[in-house]
Design a protein around this ligand. Structure first.
Ligand SMILES: [Zn+2]
Length: 687
């Protein structure tokens, strides 16, 4: 059955009221006076799905998933032993069905009633008569009127059952990934389950020390692109990994130090931008097991808690996601001591505590820290879902997501429209650049549909904004008194205690060529041990390269935001020659014309990058030389005054005026993505 047949559940947030709240509280027009602090506001819907026991809880989940009944298939599995059921959740998700639990010797009446309500086309009973007796099977058959197929899937052991469930649910050659976890315990398979269910992939189980032949055969039949083992070598040995690799060459591991961390790890890797989260106990299996199809339909992870304690790793993962929907599974015994408000840092449905991390001092509170930035862009996505899509383009060295937004009409579709890229905060202390990026998002989102120029630009372009390339350095900079004045990333360097690479000297064109960077790890402009050695520059490189479609780079114009100097810089930085061999005369003329026009709009000074000072391995040189993107550096407010860090960290009173100042120049750059050569009157010759 195709993946699209899965039931889809969308947020039931009161959307209109929320949009109004967002408009009022989150995205104020810049011209208006800004309140002492812009407090991001978001709405979360929370639910609890629980019953008197595990069977009733599985029914509550089924009712949430199929509010009007009519599930095509029901997997009926033991609520007393987990072994046969670990593969069932993703299989049910794939088939658009439900998982219900039963006792071995009697079908609970609440489950029987739910079977009747669902009126499935078939029922699959997992395991042999020892775990689900013939009495139960007969009862289910009778409840459904005797005409519905009720069949067992039972292998010679739990592994063969797992393989048979997969074989019955996943056509050969149609899954990208197969998850494999131990069959001797349940937490790892559950951690894999929600990610598998969301994507339509299977979970298979294995012995710790040896790969069962039934599983090897099923992997060969599925022929996925890769296998992800969930759990460490103590759960699934390296010998098993090696055996799998003889069937499917690409084998990865995903695991954390305990079951709670493993669930977070899998969620971070496979559901990084999920805005729904399902919470279940990690101490027993039935609740989370039955919830896997629901999590799949919500496209959200199942994260694990204890009855009266939320492990820090789980709590941080939930808060960092800024979820809009939270579903807690289980009755009081399972998740009873937890209040959802505490869990996510919300009180009364309003976000009280954004993602944790260093923040600005009170007198600079108009600046958005990393968590506030994420809340802000998520709020824009929720308020303007037709034109704003939030995504993570990768992770920093310390594991922070590097967040981006796409702004375009039909935003979920990759349309054949010219593309424009903006990015901010290569350098940690250049705080104003994040505000400039948020200003651009807000301007495009809120004025779409009312301002004809912006409406035309959003309709006719695909606009990408990367809000902070260097989130680690940013967080570190905010730990000073009040600021460290940090510039580089936070990746350690071997053989020295000096930390960090200057990301804007680490790009792979002319890297280290020309005296425009330092080879000393302690230097502020250290270029790193090799081009692309820094995690964050690789993320940016891979994102830009991902926009090459059918051999053509879709991004035509680009601005990277820095501070300070009130300058607009064009390539090259590596040489003082105006038009070296790796630049055409017309390209140079186009850079000069575009740069000067933008400068006329914002009052900056336009010049070649190397007129400021020679740089090598910087971003705009690579963007132009290898991707033929008309790429500019903006050095924001203030002008170069004294050699002081304070130049990079102006007071928050200037944010509104100094970001609005660049409106015309940024919109011009978006406009010119159709044909940069129009700047020199040569659109006809080139475009
Ligand atoms: Zn900079």
């Amino acid at each position: 059955m195709p993946r699209s047949s899965r039931p889809r559940i969308r947020s039931v947030a009161p959307r209109l009221g929320f949009i109004l709240a967002v408009l009022a509280a989150v995205l104020p027009p810049t011209a208006a006076p800004v309140a002492a602090q812009v407090v991001p506001s978001a709405t979360v819907t929370s639910e609890r799905l629980g019953g008197a026991d595990r069977y009733a809880t599985s029914v509550a989940i089924s009712q949430r998933l199929f509010p009007s009944g009519e599930a095509p298939v029901v997997f009926l599995t033991s609520g007393q032993t987990f072994a046969d059921a670990l593969s069932a959740g993703p299989a049910a998700a794939r088939l658009g069905g439900a998982v219900l639990l039963t006792a071995a010797q009697a079908l609970p009446s609440v489950v029987e009633a739910e079977l009747v309500r669902l009126s499935p086309e078939r029922v699959v009973v997992l395991g042999g008569p020892a775990v689900v007796s013939d009495v139960v099977v007969d009862r289910a058959r009778a409840a459904l009127g005797g005409s519905i197929p009720v069949d067992r899937i039972a292998g010679a052991d739990r592994y063969e059952t797992s393989a048979l469930v997969s074989a019955a649910s996943f056509p050969a050659g149609e899954v990208d990934v197969a998850f494999v976890a131990t069959g001797t315990n349940f937490p790892d398979a559950l951690a894999a389950g929600s990610a598998a269910a969301a994507a339509g992939w299977p979970v298979l189980i294995t012995r710790t020390g040896a790969l069962p032949g039934s599983i090897a055969a099923e992997l060969a039949r599925l022929a996925p692109d890769k296998v992800v083992i969930v759990g460490g070598p103590g759960a699934v040995s390296d010998a098993v990994a090696a055996a799998i690799s003889t069937v499917v060459p690409l084998v990865y591991r995903s695991s954390g130090p305990d079951r709670f961390a493993t669930a977070v790890q899998v969620a971070n890797e496979y559901l990084p931008t999920a805005t729904s989260v399902v919470i279940a106990t990690g101490l027993t299996f039935p609740d989370a097991l039955a919830a896997v199809p629901l999590a799949g339909a919500l496209d959200g992870p199942i994260l694990l808690v204890q009855p009266d304690d939320v492990p820090a790793v789980t709590r941080d993962a939930i808060r960092a996601r800024v979820p809009t929907t939270i579903v807690a599974i289980g009755g009081p015994a399972a998740v009873g001591g937890i209040t959802l408000g505490e869990l996510v840092g919300w009180a009364d449905g309003r976000l009280a505590v954004p993602a944790p991390g260093p923040t600005y001092p009170g007198y600079d509170a108009r600046y958005h820290d990393y968590g506030e930035m994420l809340t802000y862009i998520r709020a824009a996505e929720i308020a303007y879902p037709d034109i704003v899509q939030v995504l993570s383009i990768g992770r920093s060295y310390e594991g922070r997501d590097i967040w981006a937004a796409k702004i375009s009409d039909n935003v979920a579709t990759d349309e054949p429209e010219p593309e424009v890229l903006f990015d901010a905060l290569h350098h940690a202390r250049e705080h104003l650049t994040v505000e400039q990026a948020l200003y651009l998002l807000r301007t495009l989102a809120t004025e779409y549909g009312s301002d004809p120029t912006i409406t035309g630009l959003v309709d006719g372009r695909e606009i990408w904004i990367v809000f902070a390339i260097n989130p680690d350095g940013w967080a570190y900079d905010l730990t000073g008194g009040p600021y460290v004045g940090w510039r580089k990333n936070r990746e350690p360097n071997t053989g020295t205690s000096a930390v960090g690479t200057d990301l804007n000297r680490n790009y792979g064109y002319g890297w280290g060529c020309c005296g425009g960077s330092s080879g000393s790890a302690a230097a502020w402009n250290y270029r790193g041990p090799a081009a692309w050695s820094a995690t964050e520059t690789r993320v940016m490189r891979d994102f830009v390269l991902s926009r090459v479609i059918d051999g053509r780079q879709q991004i035509r114009t680009h601005v990277t935001l820095h501070t300070n100097g009130e300058l607009i810089l064009w390539p090259y930085g590596y040489t003082r020659t105006d038009i070296p061999a790796d630049m055409t005369v017309d390209d140079h003329s186009t850079f000069v014309a575009m740069g000067r026009h933008m400068a006329s709009l914002n009052g900056y000074t336009a010049q070649q990058s190397s007129d400021l000072y020679v740089t090598d391995g910087d971003q705009i040189d690579w963007m132009y030389a290898t991707q033929h993107i008309f790429s500019f550096t903006f050095e924001l407010y203030p002008t170069e005054q004294v050699s002081s860090h304070a130049d990079h960290e102006p007071p928050d009173e200037v944010i509104a005026s100094q970001t609005a100042r660049n409106r015309g120049a940024l919109l011009y750059l978006i406009d010119m993505a159709v044909c940069p050569y129009a700047a020199i009157g040569k659109a006809g010759a080139y475009c």
